[in-house]
Design a protein. Structure first.
Length: 98
């Protein structure tokens, strides 16, 4: 299997952003959270696969504060997905002969 990096981006709304990030982190495949304001990166939080509870709380609090202070923020989440390798296709006629 190979890993594929996928970016999810959403407009930050103060109450919803923390819940949305929590939901994404619970899925277990979030690698990084980036907060942008007017196209510039304001904060970047790297997350590891084992981030839970006490370690995650300060990150969520910081994201909540940034979004509350700055209007029109965008939150980008880098995620990884496992991808099954594609089986090579056998051309027609190859291997048909005895």
């Amino acid at each position: 299997m190979t890993t594929k990096t996928v970016w999810d981006s959403f407009k930050a709304e103060s109450e919803n952003v923390v819940e949305k990030v929590k939901e994404l982190v619970r899925e277990g495949n979030v690698r990084r959270v980036i907060v942008k304001h007017e196209g510039r990166v304001v904060a970047e939080f790297p997350l590891t696969a084992g981030v839970v509870g006490v370690v995650l709380a300060p990150v969520l609090a910081a994201i909540g504060v940034l979004v509350a202070l700055m209007k029109d923020c965008t939150v980008e989440v880098e995620r990884t997905r496992q991808q099954e390798p594609k089986e090579p296709k056998t051309p027609v006629g190859v291997g048909d002969r005895p």
